[in-house]
Every structure is written in structure tokens, then in C-alpha cells.
Write a protein that binds this ligand. Structure first.
Ligand SMILES: *[C@@H]1O[C@H](CO)[C@@H](O)[C@H](O)[C@H]1NC(C)=O
Ligand SMILES: *[C@@H]1O[C@H](CO)[C@@H](O)[C@H](O)[C@H]1NC(C)=O
Length: 373
């Protein structure tokens, strides 16, 4: 199915104008299914989930679908902006309107999360020139993968605007037949162009919201359909990248913008699928007597590791359910494996201490040579 985004956006914007006149005070928190204490991240997350669920394209037989989706957009727009949210919390939707509900209606859906439906634009019309795809690595921390996060990317791109004058466009080769004399014809190939309005480029900024989904795998791609094309400059977490210095396309379709999740190496945890691995060094004394350590997890909660038995070097302790949530099913959670390493004391024991150790451990002197296993 081909989604015509322009038509869709137009409908979305105008419908919102219309309902502004009619509706009074909707409960935006209820629409987003959140308590009034919800954090910005929770608001974004809930919006994303509900937008997928309530999208009119997915609820074609429900006459209320459009309305519900617009309520959701309005709720998100009010609550995702800290100033608007404050006004809304105090004076409700009426308050927002009184504040002169600024003209600059920014459409939350189009700037959000890229392609909701995982579809790609149809390939039937390949003769339409298409701008290049832009692919960017997006470096995220393991903390972000564990907790989820939203990253704002400001995309600065030149946008074509009509201006005075005209230019040649849609140029193509056409065959022409010329009569050279009686009964003599010659075929000629000619370039034929149309006249189009002249165009100048105006720089526009747009904020794209990228969700780092809980449990997202390394290499995961997040596409933003039709955001590729003339994107020339991008700011990620306030770092500016120059992406494409080529000529912007004026005709045809824009390419796509794709972000590829790159999970950075963590100083304490290593990730293998849904499981986490870490190393723990303990003293020889703790190895023999037992120990009780707490280690901070990726969201700050403490994991305790407690042993009373003797622990040998290389022992691997499994903490069930302390790994990463699985990407497509967050209720499935991996495990944490802690490999123990023992910090032996340095130096030399006195004769007395040696005797004490001998009495204490009471081990026969023996050794074994082996290879591998
Ligand atoms: C744990 O130690 C082993 C051996 O030194 C090392 O190969 C591994 O990368 C370490 N794992 C982590 C999570 O630091
Ligand atoms: C985790 O343990 C540390 C040290 O034992 C403590 O300072 C910290 O408050 C604990 N954190 C939580 C979230 O309980």
C-alpha cells in the first residue's frame, strides 16, 4: 500500500484546526493512558505505542479512528512541550487555547520515529528520480539500551521554495522526423524541456525524534522515509556532521534517512544477545570466607552477589533476570553472568603464617600437568 504522506499531513493539520473550535477540555493524560506524574520519556513512549495502534491506516473500518488519532496527536503536542504542559496542568485545554495556541502547528507524527509501519515506499515508480539515501551511525550506550531513551536529532536541510522566474525542467530526449526533400526523412533526437517555476533553497530545521528501544540490537536500522534527499547537515547530540555536500535534487522523490544503532562498549558489562557478562575481582580471603557485594546495574538498581561457600577463580555466578530485556518482547529478560577473579596477596608469608595456613587448609601437596580440558 502506498501512503501519500503529503495528502495525509494536510488532512491532519486541517482537521485539527476544525476540532479546535468545537472541543473543550480533553483529558490528555487519559488519552495517553498515563498518570499526571509521567516523565517526558513515558509520554513519548506511550505516544509511540498508541500512535501505532490507533493509526487510521490500521483501523480503516472504525469511523472514530481519525478522531481518536487526532486526540492523541493533540495530547502529545501539549504534554511533550514543558511550557504547554505546565499551562495545561493548570488551566486545561482551554488555557492552552487562550494562550493563543501558536500558529506554528508542528505535526508531531511526521517528525517522530521515522517509519512506523516498517513498510518501504513502493518500487513501481522507479523512473521518478530519487535522491540518495543517507545512512548514519547512531552511537548509544548500554544504559540507553537497558532503559530506553529518545534522542533528538536536528536535521537542517535546504528546502526548495518557488520564486519568480522560470527554469527548464523535466528534460527528456524526443524523436523528431524532419522532411529533407520529397520522400526523404530524417529522424532527429532532440532534448525537450518544460518550463517550471524557479526555485530557491531556504534552510529549514526539523527535529527528528529517534527512539532507542529497550533491548535494541546493535546494527538495528531506524528508517525515516523521505528524509534523506537534500539533508546536508545534521546535529546529533549537538555534534554537527556534514552529510552530503552534493547538489540537492529539486525534482523527483527524496531518499530515505536511516540511523543505524551502534551500541558502545561498556566499561563493566559485555552484551551477548540478551545476556550480560561482567568480571568481579575479590580477595583471596573473601574467596575462602564468602562475600557479599553489591554492583550497580544499568539503571542504578543494586544487584547483590552473596556467597558463603568457597569461590574458585573462574567461577561463574548466574543472576537470573538481570540481563537485558529482549527487543521484541520486553518481558523476556536475559541473565547476568558474573565471572570471579581472585586477587591474591603479594609478597611472602612468614614461617608462622605458613604453618597457620597449613593447619587451616590441611591439603596434601599434589600437582597435575594437563593440556586444555
Ligand atoms: C572479563 O575478563 C576476560 C578475561 O580477562 C575478558 O576477556 C572479558 O572481556 C572481560 N569481560 C568484561 C565484561 O569485562
Ligand atoms: C546500592 O548500594 C550502594 C552501596 O552499597 C548504596 O550506596 C546505594 O544507595 C544503593 N543504591 C540503591 C539504588 O539502592
Amino acid at each position: 500500500m502506498k501512503v501519500n504522506w503529503n495528502t495525509y499531513l494536510f488532512a491532519f493539520v486541517c482537521f485539527t484546526c476544525a476540532i479546535d473550535l468545537v472541543l473543550t477540555g480533553r483529558d490528555f493524560y487519559k488519552i495517553l493512558k498515563l498518570p499526571r506524574t509521567a516523565t517526558l520519556n513515558q509520554i513519548k513512549k506511550s505516544y509511540r505505542t498508541l500512535a501505532k495502534e490507533l493509526h487510521p491506516d490500521k483501523n480503516k473500518n472504525d469511523p472514530k479512528a481519525q478522531e481518536r488519532f487526532q486526540d492523541l496527536g493533540a495530547a502529545y503536542e501539549a504534554l511533550s512541550d514543558p511550557d504547554k504542559r505546565k499551562t495545561y496542568d493548570r488551566h486545561g485545554e482551554e488555557g492552552l487555547k487562550r494562550q493563543g495556541n501558536d500558529d506554528s502547528f508542528h505535526d508531531p507524527f511526521s517528525s517522530f520515529f521515522g517509519d512506523f509501519f516498517g513498510g518501504s515506499r513502493d518500487d513501481e515508480h522507479r523512473h521518478v528520480p530519487r535522491g540518495g539515501d543517507l545512512v548514519m551511525d547512531l552511537h548509544v550506550t548500554l544504559e540507553e539500551v537497558y532503559n530506553g531513551n529518545f534522542i533528538e536529532v536536528v536535521r537542517v536541510k535546504p528546502v526548495a521554495k518557488e520564486t519568480s522566474g522560470s527554469r527548464r525542467c523535466n528534460c527528456r530526449m524526443e524523436m523528431r522526423t524532419i522532411q529533407m526533400g520529397p520522400g526523404r526523412f530524417q529522424m532527429m533526437q532532440d532534448q525537450v524541456c518544460d518550463e517550471c517555476p524557479n526555485i530557491k533553497f531556504v534552510t529549514e530545521e526539523k527535529v527528528l525524534e529517534i527512539e532507542v528501544e529497550v533491548g535494541v540490537p546493535d546494527g538495528y536500522q531506524i528508517p525515516f522515509l523521505a528524509e534523506g534527499l537534500y539533508a546536508t547537515l545534521i546535529t546529533v547530540k549537538s555534534i554537527v556532521f556534514i552529510l552530503n555536500t552534493g547538489e540537492p535534487h529539486i525534482e523527483g522523490e527524496p531518499g530515505d534517512l536511516k540511523f543505524i544503532i551502534r551500541v558502545q562498549k561498556h566499561t563493566r558489562f559485555e552484551r551477548r544477545n540478551n545476556d550480560l557478562y561482567t568480571n568481579l575481582t575479590i580477595t583471596l580471603q573473601d574467596a575462602l570466607n564468602g562475600f557479599d557485594v553489591t554492583l550497580p546495574h544499568l539503571d542504578g538498581h543494586n544487584v547483590t552477589i552473596k556467597r558463603e561457600k568457597i569461590t574458585w577463580p573462574g567461577a561463574r555466578i548466574k543472576k537470573k533476570g538481570e540481563g537485558l530485556p529482549q527487543h521484541d518482547q520486553n518481558n523476556i529478560i536475559g541473565d547476568l553472568y558474573v565471572t570471579v577473579d581472585i586477587d591474591f596477596p603479594k609478597g611472602e608469608l612468614t614461617g608462622e603464617q605458613r604453618e597457620a595456613v597449613k593447619t587451616l587448609l590441611n591439603q596434601e601437596s599434589k600437582h597435575r600437568l594437563y593440556n586444555g580440558i
